[in-house]
Design a protein around this ligand. Structure first.
Ligand SMILES: Nc1ncnc2c1ncn2[C@@H]1O[C@H](COP(=O)(O)OP(=O)(O)OP(=O)(O)O)[C@@H](O)[C@H]1O
Length: 668
């Protein structure tokens, strides 16, 4: 796909899009989340670009929504759909579903919508969706305890490029490696020539390191899973709750994620936990061990009767010997016991293994002193030993986990995408449920065998306008069918505007490929929708002129158009209005357009028109407690009586009055 040929995509945006992994897939599927990861592209712009790509694919000329009111109806139905999404993604993705005049596009979304209608918006699934969001790319990973080393300048540059997560060091020889090993827990030598060199510390010779980055820096694949752990866990929960077919082994992914912490370290390994705790507690435990020895010794000294001969005391004092000598002479056993207790405490409390215990025991000297003090050098060595063991262990665990998870990356991506798409489907299912929708039959004009395409128009049975601000059960279902051009008459507040809104929303939704709020709908595929709302008050000459011009344009093109106009007569005085409307209707009829004009001047317009225009009527069936009782479904070929006529008729019926009788005759 030539990205620059997408409507609204210039050179700069095309360059940004080409940085995506698979821009075509993202554009084709309306994957707004992925498109929005391209540099400098917001979610809103991503939706517009996706719409542009869809238009290009279906050769869609655009412009289906030809007027402000038509666009307003689309915005309203879209917000009703969006209100039923859980994730931001689904709301943005819905913005890529727009009314299109293209058969292939309508069919494509219809197929998607039909599957969506099978979905069950279970509350558990909706709750699980709360935690799902598009995956994030991990930030830059830096690993400080490991480095790469080489003697070769070229290899050095290659390594920096291939593995930016690690420091790369130039060394002269094995001596240089040995020095590095003192500063880093692990040194990975890249040169074959180091093979066989044995050095202290963790020095590995791996000439293939640059080809196997996941082994050298398992942090790299792990960072992706760590950064997205919560989102992936939520996507797993969605799949389980919805019983959705999964793109990867859920249990295996879940197990891998459960071993990973959010900062990319491995969790749930007893040995790693032991080493981590031992390092953290080392100082405090060494102090506690000292106290154990000193308490023991203090107690022993307190209870001991030290008998010393005068000559011995004298020789001790003369030699300047301190209490230590006395201790070693008189309390050697007690000292040994005290130190043994300290060593045991250190080993037991830190849960040290044999090798570590051997070092730890040396922290307390056999030479009697009081108070007993730890040897900081030994504690330091023990810390180094524990830290090296911890890093070796963590490294191995990371490598194992990275090996387990690395291949699941694509599956994990699909898992989240599918969960997010499910949200789009559920929004459609919930909308369809809330507004009692069905899939419409969209008739292809060229497939109409008898008569012309205009004969199809639209036929709505049991329609309930989603635009009406009433709960569904308070809305009377409306049946209305028009082919060609019709005038819609009716009592005040009978529901004429609501009928136009119903027709407009049904037509917009049907051309989006979505279910429509009615029991049954059949309509032709239209090219565009011109919906003109009622104009408030008389227009001044300039505005009037531009409105007439607008209608003149409309009257020219018209084949394939659906024109809905609400009380155009209010733009000027009634006599002129009726003439203008009659003229527009004639042109539209000639062009084969489908049109409904709501008007209180239906009778006058019919008389002025030079063709037999259909007049339908929304009738009041009576007055109940001063309120009109209305049949909301327009009656075909029937000029509805006006409200005043109905009231005069009622008065004439109730009172035997010549005046009312005469008045009534004037309406006939
Ligand atoms: N199908 C319906 N079911 C229930 N109530 C409806 C229905 N259609 C319309 N109404 C109610 O009637 C009110 C008036 O409807 P609407 O504005 O469509 O009438 P109208 O015939 O266009 O009025 P006007 O002649 O004043 O322009 C609406 O606000 C709504 O409350």
């Amino acid at each position: 796909m030539d990205l620059e040929s997408i409507p609204g995509v210039g050179e700069k945006t095309a360059r940004a899009l080409s940085e995506l992994d698979d821009p075509e897939r993202a554009l084709r599927t309306g994957d707004v989340a992925t498109i929005a990861t391209a540099p400098g592209i917001s979610q809103g712009r991503a939706a517009r670009i996706a719409r542009g790509a869809i238009r290009l694919e279906h050769d869609d000329p655009g412009g289906f929504l030809a007027t402000d009111r038509a666009r307003e109806v689309y915005r309203t139905v879209r917000s009703l759909l969006e209100a039923r999404t859980v994730t931001d993604y689904a709301a943005q993705r819905l913005a890529t579903i727009y009314p299109s005049p293209c058969r292939s596009r309508i069919a494509e979304v219809q197929a998607f919508a039909c599957e969506a209608l099978e979905r069950d918006p279970d509350p558990d699934v909706l709750a699980a969706l709360e935690g799902v969001a598009p995956l994030r790319e991990p930030g830059d990973v830096r690993v400080r305890e490991r480095c790469l080393a080489t003697t070769d300048a070229e290899r050095y540059s290659e390594a920096r490029e291939a593995i930016p997560e690690l420091s790369v060091e130039i060394v002269e020889d094995a001596q240089g490696l040995a020095e590095l090993a003192r500063g880093y827990s692990t040194v990975i030598a890249l040169d074959e020539s180091f093979a066989g060199v044995t050095l202290d510390g963790d020095v590995q010779v791996r000439p293939d390191a640059l080809e196997t980055p996941a082994e050298v820096v398992p942090e790299r694949p792990l960072a992706f899973f760590a950064r997205n752990r919560d989102r992936l866990q939520a996507a797993i929960a969605v799949h389980r709750a919805a019983d959705l077919e999964a793109a990867c082994d859920l249990a295996a992914l879940e197990d891998g994620l459960s071993r990973l912490t959010e900062d990319g370290t491995v969790a749930g390994d007893d040995e790693l936990d032991r080493l981590t705790t031992a390092i953290d507690d080392l100082d405090a435990t060494a102090s506690a061990a000292e106290s154990v020895a000193n308490d023991h010794l203090r107690e022993a000294i307190r209870e001991q009767d030290v008998t010393i001969e005068g000559s011995d005391l004298l020789s001790l004092v003369e030699r300047g010997a301190g209490v230590d000598s006395l201790l070693s002479r008189e309390l050697a056993d007690e000292y040994a016991r005290a130190v043994a207790a300290a060593r045991d405490h250190l080993v037991d409390a830190l849960d040290l293994d044999q090798g570590e215990s051997e070092i730890a025991r040396r922290a307390f000297s056999d030479e009697p002193t009081f108070p007993v003090e730890r040897d900081e050098d030994v504690i330091g060595r023990l810390r180094e030993e524990l830290t090296a063991a911890k890093e070796r262990r963590a490294g191995r665990l990371k490598r194992d986990l990275a090996a387990d998870l690395a291949d699941r990356r694509e599956g994990a991506r699909r898992l989240v995408r599918d969960a997010l798409e499910l949200d789009v489907e559920l929004a459609i299912a919930r909308f369809a449920d809330d507004f009692a929708c069905t899939m419409p039959t969209v008739v292809e004009p060229s497939d109409v065998e008898d008569g012309t395409a205009a004969d199809v128009g639209f036929a709505i049975e049991g329609g309930r306008s989603p635009v009406l601000d009433e709960p569904l059960e308070r809305i009377d279902p409306v049946d209305y069918e028009v082919s060609g051009v019709a005038l819609l008459s009716g009592v005040n507040s009978g529901g004429k505007t609501s009928t136009l809104d119903l027709v407009a929303s049904v037509v917009v939704l049907a051309h989006m490929g979505l279910p429509v709020p009615a029991e049954r709908v059949r309509l032709r595929r239209f090219d565009d929708l011109h919906y003109h709302a009622k104009t408030q008050g008389t227009l001044d000459a300039g505005a009037f002129e531009s409105t007439v011009r607008e209608f003149a344009d409309l009257a020219q093109g018209g084949e394939g158009s659906l024109v809905l106009v609400d009380e155009l007569e209010s733009i000027t005085e009634p006599g002129a209005s009726a003439r203008i409307i009659a003229g527009i209707l004639e042109a539209l009829s000639e062009n084969g357009a489908t049109a409904v004009f709501v008007s209180h001047l239906a009778d006058e317009i019919r008389e002025m028109a030079d063709f037999d225009v259909t007049v339908d009527g929304i009738e009041a069936v009576g007055l109940v407690d001063g309120e009109l009782e209305v049949n909301r479904s327009p009656v075909k070929d029937h000029l509805a009586r006006s409200t005043p006529e109905l009231i005069v008729e009622k008065l004439a019926g109730e009172h035997d009055s010549a005046f009312y009788g005469a008045l009534l005759e004037k309406f006939e």
